[in-house]
Design a protein around this ligand. Structure first.
Ligand code: PHE
Length: 344
């Protein structure tokens, strides 16, 4: 039995030290040390030994088990080290090689101006409301006091979606006023930026799709003075603290009185130049006191509440802000134009 054990030790050590991978090593362990392994098989015959032989063989068997355990552990360590160094070689990374440059995008000039204007209004206590671009004519026209027969309701001005003229692409952001008023009790203080659509030919100052920022304030005791103060605060923050404004009487069906607001040309200071077309003033927006009928149609009592509203063209604001003389540049996605706004 002693020779049997010696032979086993020799054979096992050879196999273990030659194991090329973890599977082979595990195979060797199971074969010699496993429950049904060769060492166990030999030990099962211990019963046939004499009492003198038994402790001697027992000791030898234990020594062999320990030797094999050790050999397996050291071989496993060797295989692990080898696998690691192979991986390190394979995954070698040269951190000194220059990286592939990542092209950073940046905001569109209109997004820049919209963000600026939004920040200004939010600082004055406004919140942002949104409305659908495909709008009910009821909201965009009827409830804004724009009666059947008004020119903006004609097919040549409006993109109708349904034959019965009940649904169209909104031609202004003013329907959001109605949507907010019918859901919210005063005090109301919102702006609503978004796309609007009109059947205009494309030229340097027109596009069938453009953007407006609507504003609406409704509360007790709101006056034209609040409207002027708010809009003055806006233009001063956008175009500088010295900026002068001019409020001209105008007509909108949904405001009474109505006005258009011009800013004194900040290029020439009012003397007249190319940007203001010699006028000294640049038209910026339409505004007015919300018509009592409009309040009433949205369930707000005009004897208790009053309000003002305004609508600013975002393209116009952007063109003024960056001295852009052709609106088409804003929509053509020409990188030579757009890349000038990197980092603005
Ligand atoms: N909706 C008007 C337009 O598109 C602008 C406006 C809004 C005027 C709110 C007065 C009040 O021209």
């Amino acid at each position: 039995m002693k020779e049997q054990l010696e032979k086993l030790r020799e054979e096992a050590l050879l196999l273990i030290s030659g194991a090329e991978d973890f599977a082979a090593l595990e195979g060797a362990r199971v074969r010699f040390l496993g429950k049904k392994g060769e060492l166990t098989a030999i030990l099962k015959q211990m019963g046939s030994l004499s009492p003198e032989e038994r402790p001697v063989i027992g000791q030898l068997a234990n020594a062999i088990r320990e030797a094999l355990d050790e050999a397996i552990a050291s071989r496993r360590q060797y295989l692990e080290d080898k696998a690691l160094s192979e991986r390190l070689v394979k995954e070698e990374l040269d951190v000194t090689i220059p990286g592939t440059p990542v092209k950073m995008g940046h905001r569109h000039p209109m997004s820049i101006v919209l963000q600026e204007a939004t920040d200004i209004f939010i600082s004055m206590g406004f919140s942002v409301a949104e409305g659908p671009e495909v709008e009910l004519s009821e909201y965009d026209f009827d409830r804004l006091n724009i009666p059947v027969g008004h020119t903006v309701r004609e097919w040549q001005d409006t993109f109708y979606v349904t034959e019965d003229e009940a649904v169209h692409l909104r031609c202004q952001t003013s329907p959001v006023q109605v949507r907010v008023m019918e859901k919210t009790k005063p005090p109301i203080r919102i702006i609503s930026p978004g796309r609007v659509y009109r059947k205009d030919e494309v030229d340097a100052t027109h596009s069938p799709m453009f953007h407006q920022i609507e504003g609406l304030v409704v509360d007790k005791g709101v006056t034209m003075g609040d409207l002027k103060g708010t809009l003055n605060a806006l233009v001063r923050r956008l175009y500088g603290p010295e900026t002068k404004t001019r409020f001209r009487p105008h007509h909108f069906p949904f405001t009474e009185p109505s006005c258009e607001v011009d800013v004194q040309c900040f290029i020439c200071g009012g003397a007249g130049c190319r940007v203001c077309k010699g006028e000294g003033w640049i038209e910026l927006l339409g505004a007015g006191m919300v018509h009592p009928k409009v309040l009433q149609m949205s369930g707000i009592d005009p004897d208790v509440y009053s309000g003002f509203a305004f609508g600013i063209g975002l393209e116009r604001m952007t063109m003024l802000r960056f001295d852009i003389d052709d609106m088409r540049l804003l929509f053509e996605n020409d990188m030579r134009f757009l890349s000038q706004f990197q980092g603005v």
